[in-house]
Design a protein around this ligand. Structure first.
Ligand SMILES: C[S@@+](CC[C@H](N)C(=O)[O-])C[C@H]1O[C@@H](n2cnc3c(N)ncnc32)[C@H](O)[C@@H]1O
Length: 342
């Protein structure tokens, strides 16, 4: 299990909520409990690609940032951020980002991103999910055979003009690169995270994810050796993100710029009466005590937007169930449920 390195808190099993973070000693209000690392996998939404720094996530309120790396389409708030990004990524990753950007920029008009709107459909079950990914694997297998047989490679083959999402492509590529560059972090930090076995909101959403895997295999033949671009890695990324991703929002909270998985910050459970506040500082997150916390008390953030203060237990649980897929077992919900709250 991933360990939080802190003398203030530790990770432990919690009744009805998997693992959680507990105080090892009394923690006064305002204390910094944890500063996360940068995201293990993330995406800045395609829509914001010119306005959010690829390194520090600074958002320039709708204005294009001054430094651009033309071939990958990444933008930066300063030359320092660009150099940091380039040296962290390395050659293989930059080549992969170039190919992805080349593909999306060229095909953007033909890509139909309709799965996002299909929110009222039934969620596909485990059998449907398995069948869709096996079909995807078969397609990738045939494609790889053709890639090996043919010396002529198309530079930007489009495997399906339907239902491919630049944001899914970007998120999957960032996770695939983590697994490739740092297999130890993948094993030690990503694999232990809580995973959602049925993370797709609809069949269209499932199809969009499988298509994105096939599309990545088509445009990144240099990553398509058996262990670097597999459906297993993609599926782990998708199911992990569904339970653990943090939204990257503008300072006023109005704009949803992207999302990221931060393993060190992923053991905070939700409470409808949270004692921990979180704040994004650049590409990292800080977690502070929002009130005095006693030894042994669970440290929880809210997964909701803050308006849960005024919602009933039924409304809060319905929202958490629909977005996160769990029935809230926080002390406030248990108590309000016990006394018959609506
Ligand atoms: C980011 S993870 C938190 C750590 C997680 N408990 C673990 O063991 O890895 C989010 C998941 O934790 C569980 N969880 C978090 N808060 C909860 C709560 N208030 N009640 C029940 N389950 C909760 C849900 O399964 C949720 O999808």
């Amino acid at each position: 299990m991933y360990k939080i390195t802190s003398n203030l808190v530790h990770v432990q099993e919690i009744a009805n909520a998997g693992r959680g973070v507990l105080a090892k000693q009394p923690i006064p209000t305002g204390t910094l409990l944890l500063e996360s690392d940068g995201p293990a996998a993330h995406v800045v939404h395609w829509q914001y690609r010119k306005e959010v720094c690829a390194q520090c996530f600074r958002y320039n309120l709708g204005r294009t940032l001054p430094v651009k790396h033309a071939s990958t389409g990444k933008v930066f708030c300063s030359p320092e951020c660009q150099s940091a990004w380039m040296s962290e990524q390395g050659e293989l990753a930059i080549e992969a980002w170039e190919k992805l950007y080349g593909f999306v920029a060229l095909k953007a008009n033909t890509i139909v991103q309709d799965h996002v709107f299909a929110t009222v459909c039934a969620r596909p079950d485990a059998i449907e999910i398995e069948a869709a990914w096996s079909k995807g694997d078969k397609t990738v297998g045939q494609m790889r055979q053709q890639q090996t047989a043919s010396s002529k490679k198309k530079s930007h083959p489009l495997v399906s003009s339907q239902n491919i999402d630049p944001d899914i492509l970007g998120f999957l590529l960032s996770g695939l690169l983590l697994q490739h560059h740092n297999p130890n972090a993948w094993e030690a930090e990503m694999l232990p995270l809580a995973a959602d076995p049925t993370p797709y909101t609809s069949n269209r959403d499932l199809e969009a994810h499988v298509n994105s895997y096939i599309q990545l295999a088509a445009i990144l033949p240099h990553l398509t050796t058996d262990h670097h671009l597999t459906s297993n890695i993609c599926r782990t990324l998708i199911s992990t993100a569904n339970h653990n991703a943090f939204g990257l929002r503008s300072a006023d909270g109005d704009e949803y710029l992207g999302y990221g998985v931060y393993p060190s910050a992923s053991y905070f459970n939700h409470s409808c009466s949270p004692n921990i506040s979180k704040q994004r500082v650049g590409a990292m997150w800080e977690f502070r005590a929002a009130r005095d916390i006693a030894v042994g008390e669970q440290c929880c953030i809210t997964y909701l937007g803050g308006d849960e203060k005024h919602l009933t237990v039924l409304a809060r649980r319905a929202r958490l169930e629909s977005i996160w897929g769990f029935e809230c077992a926080c002390p406030r919900c248990l108590e309000e449920d016990r006394v018959g709250g609506q």
